[in-house]
Design a binder for this molecule. Sequence first.
Ligand code: SAM
Length: 212
Amino acid sequence: MNDPTVHRPVFARMYPRLSRALDRAGGHELRHRLLEGLSGTVLEVGAGDGGNLPHYPPAVTAVVRALEPEPRLRRSLREAGARAAVAVDVVDGVAERLPIDDGAVDAVVCSLVLCSVRDQVAALTEARRVVRAGGQLRFFEHVRGTDPRTVRWQDLADRTVWPHIAGGCHTGRDTVGAIEAAGFTVTRMERFRFPDPGFPRLPHVLGTAVPS
Ligand SMILES: C[S@@+](CC[C@H](N)C(=O)[O-])C[C@H]1O[C@@H](n2cnc3c(N)ncnc32)[C@H](O)[C@@H]1O
């Protein structure tokens, strides 16, 4: 497979401001919950401008790969990595082809990224490949709703404007189903709307999955 390039200059310019606004609306706490209890080595997929980096607990020895394919966001990620308490190796790369050996890390972290990858099956197959036996996948993602009304507007948004204005994001993917289909068992998960209050109050999940 050729690596897909990710070049989204408009989104990359907007995202840091949007991300900090979401952090103030509760995202800080969610990022903390996403990462709490982790230890050892981590690969973070589509790390953006580094919103998770301040939240890694001290028991994480290194983010051995902080992957970010979008050039402008990767520059911001490098700056955030230089300020972070944890050691961070920022690299260009995509979820669909992770630049690391099989079973190389204690954890893979995905936050707000499985909505945007071009090939979710390939991305999660890769996550499963690189996490060691006994390791874990941590995820914080917005997902397909559980009620017909939400699913209807998600399908409409995803078929029309949303991916174009939101950096390739899709609001309504069945990400939990895809995580399980890739060979993980979800061991802990919370479902909630976020931001709450706020727009667009998308259904989200935050949880842990382990290799089945
Ligand atoms: C909504 S942002 C989330 C950034 C960060 N994870 C966070 O929590 O703030 C989505 C990120 O996914 C990245 N991305 C898009 N397609 C990707 C792919 N195929 N592989 C890896 N990252 C990708 C984007 O460049 C962007 O940084």
